[in-house]
Design a protein around this ligand. Structure first.
Ligand SMILES: *[C@@H]1O[C@H](CO)[C@@H](O)[C@H](O)[C@H]1NC(C)=O
Ligand SMILES: *[C@@H]1O[C@H](CO)[C@@H](O)[C@H](O)[C@H]1NC(C)=O
Ligand SMILES: *[C@@H]1O[C@H](CO)[C@@H](O)[C@H](O)[C@H]1NC(C)=O
Length: 321
């Protein structure tokens, strides 16, 4: 078992029972916090955060998807999960939540690259030598799910959505403009110009949201805006480590340390896509959602509701219910 699982198990015992003899035998870390260094306290905090997130997820899953844990996992359900056998790691890819840098780290851990700095964006995505869990047979999938450290990194759902919109529609894009932009403009814009209909460039955030919320979308879902609750099947796969983009480097480095990664392998802080654009923040997100009316905002929240609930993100606007 990994360090994280063991430490978390000890903490769980300490907190649940507060039994004297257990404390004496195991020396509950939190009890001795005052005698530790700042670094120790920081690690204990990160460990407790993980425990809290796992418990919350388990509670939400028990309520909303009872019995799912007994089901057999299909290949399709692990199609977003990458495998790193040397460090016994499974990583579910969530676009717009640090996934390019995670792929770089997995490449270095697996030995297909020696340094993170040398891996360009396209190589991280298209020639990464990383294998997906779905490419294994059922027994190998089950064995890895049972014994590997399963990792998920998520991001505030509306910020992730705005980040995806800016990335795919506000910069030139030879795939998203024709494939998504064209049908979106043609369906939701009255009096669209010929140029807009031909290129699919210039989709507004409001048009994009109309597409997202349309039960009869003119073009399908996409991993960049698909809810994590569907993309990574958290109730079924029971991740051991649930990290957040909002504290990505700190939590990623904690995980790397926990799995015994080389000391000099630290999580990078590059912004790959459109590096000259400001990173999507909550104030930028607010500006985009100001373009919607109250009903649209509410429906968008409903669309990501399970992600908000499972990962303990606060309601982003006070008028939502
Ligand atoms: C870490 O150090 C080792 C030994 O000096 C070196 O071979 C390796 O490339 C370094 N790794 C990274 C990610 O810098
Ligand atoms: C679309 O164009 C027609 C003809 O020019 C005009 O009458 C109509 O008001 C326009 N509709 C919108 C929503 O701009
Ligand atoms: C909000 O916009 C939608 C179109 O997306 C429209 O159907 C609806 O009537 C608007 N609601 C309000 C309260 O203005």
């Amino acid at each position: 078992r990994s360090f994280i699982t063991v430490t978390a198990a000890i903490l769980a015992l300490c907190y649940k029972h507060r039994m004297k003899h257990i404390q004496q035998v195991l020396t509950c870390p939190a009890e001795n916090a005052s005698s530790g260094t700042d670094e120790d306290r920081h690690l204990q905090q990160l460990t407790r955060t993980q425990e809290f997130r796992r418990h919350l997820l388990a509670d939400v899953c028990a309520k909303y998807q009872p019995g799912i844990i007994q089901r057999r996992v299909s290949q399709q359900q692990v199609s977003r999960v990458y495998v790193e056998d040397r460090s016994r790691l499974l990583y579910c890819e969530v676009p717009k939540a640090g996934c390019s840098n995670w792929k770089r780290v997995l490449m270095v851990l697996g030995g297909s690259a020696t340094s993170i700095r040398d891996i360009p964006h396209d190589a991280a995505h298209y020639s990464n030598h990383l294998r997906r869990l779905e490419s294994y047979d059922h027994a190998s999938i089950a064995e890895r799910l049972r014994s590997y450290t399963k990792v998920l990194f998520i991001r505030e759902p509306f910020e992730r959505l705005v980040s995806a919109f800016r990335d795919k529609f506000e910069s030139p894009n030879s795939y998203y403009h024709p494939v998504f932009g064209r049908p979106i403009i043609s369906r939701y814009r009255t009096n669209a110009t010929r140029t807009a209909l031909r290129t699919g460039t210039g989709v507004t955030f409001r048009e994009f949201i109309q597409y997202l919320l349309d039960v009869r979308r003119p073009v399908g879902m996409d991993i960049h805006w698909e809810p994590v609750s569907q993309l990574c099947n958290p109730c079924l796969l029971r991740y051991n480590f649930i990290g957040k983009f909002e504290s990505l480097e700190d939590e990623a480095n904690f995980l790397l340390q926990s799995i015994g990664a080389p000391r000099n392998l630290t999580f990078p802080d590059f912004k790959d896509r459109n590096p000259r654009e400001e990173r999507t923040s909550s104030s930028i997100t607010q500006k985009y959602f100001d373009q919607l009316n109250a009903t649209e905002r509410q429906k968008a929240f409903d669309f990501y509701y399970m992600d908000y609930l499972m990962f303990n993100y606060q309601k982003p606007f006070t008028d939502l219910h």
